[in-house]
Design a protein around this ligand. Structure first.
Ligand code: FES
Length: 271
């Protein structure tokens, strides 16, 4: 049987580091990088502002509440407002208490495999999208400093788990309202949703999935790890969604606590 060979010449004209973005794509491929840049920039600007403004991050007994912003929890400095400390206080720390802790959640996000893909594309154009020419002449991967640091992701994952436990504790504690007792308010719901999304983000992490089921030759000899891996895998498929939802919601939680603490809004009691 004769084999008919045909070919279509496709000339992108794009080489790594071309002077301008080159592509044959006709769709709005640029939309995703634009959205990524917008959301990540807004988050970085807001979280930096919040960290530099250590006021109104805690709603305490005066308002019959126990709500702390996730950007300031655990509050470890001796300058932390009454009620927000967890029993341990670092004396002599004159900067914002947020700076003592933010490196861990930020390091976890920054080195996340999903976010790497997003911000390499959106900010560094390496490449901006599939089938769009790269904005840089050379590609050295993550083999040198500073990108070599991305390999620390699995260690940030462990810290992330510790922070999730602490934020879960904050959410549970919020259900006990000083001077009132047990109750559900908008604030308790906000803190609970925030902790839940952060758990979903962490549990769906690729490092977590590898921890559960990686480096095994057979699953049959490791039934517990196999079960964990099967539980984690569907979460892992949705990691991108959890990454964005938890990022946006953690900032909204900070906004909510600040608004209540400043008296701009009241924390509605449901029952
Ligand atoms: S891969 Fe995204 S948090 Fe680990």
């Amino acid at each position: 049987m004769a084999v008919i060979e045909s070919s279509t010449d496709v000339v992108l004209g794009g080489v790594r580091g071309g002077p301008a973005v080159k592509t044959l794509r006709q769709d709005r491929w640029w939309l995703q990088p634009v959205v990524t840049v917008s959301i990540l920039t807004a988050f970085v600007v807001y979280s930096t502002w919040s960290a530099f403004n250590p006021h109104n991050y805690y709603v305490g007994a005066m308002m019959h509440r126990d709500l702390i912003s996730p950007f300031f929890s655990p509050c470890l400095a001796s300058s932390c407002v009454a009620g927000s400390k967890i029993g341990f206080a670092l004396s002599g720390w004159s900067l914002s208490p947020a700076f003592l802790i933010l490196i861990f959640p930020l390091g976890f996000r920054l080195t996340c495999y999903y976010y790497r893909r997003s911000y390499y594309r959106a900010f560094w154009w390496s490449p901006p999208a599939c089938a769009v020419s790269d904005g840089h002449a050379k590609y050295t991967g993550e083999t040198r400093f500073p990108l070599l640091m991305q390999n620390a992701h699995r260690y940030f994952f462990y810290f992330g788990i510790v922070f999730n436990c602490l934020l879960t504790y904050d959410a549970i504690r919020a259900f006990h309202q000083p001077g009132i007792g047990f109750g559900v308010t908008l604030g308790t719901i906000v803190l609970t949703v925030n902790a839940t999304l952060l758990w979903l983000y962490s549990l769906s992490c690729h490092a977590c999935r590898h921890l559960c089921g990686g480096s095994l030759k057979t699953f049959s000899n490791h039934p517990v790890r196999h079960r964990l891996w099967k539980f984690i895998t569907p979460l892992n498929e949705n990691h991108m969604k959890f990454a964005w939802a938890s990022l946006i919601f953690v900032a909204l939680t900070d906004v909510f606590v600040r608004l209540v603490a400043s008296g701009a809004i009241t924390d509605l009691r449901l029952f």
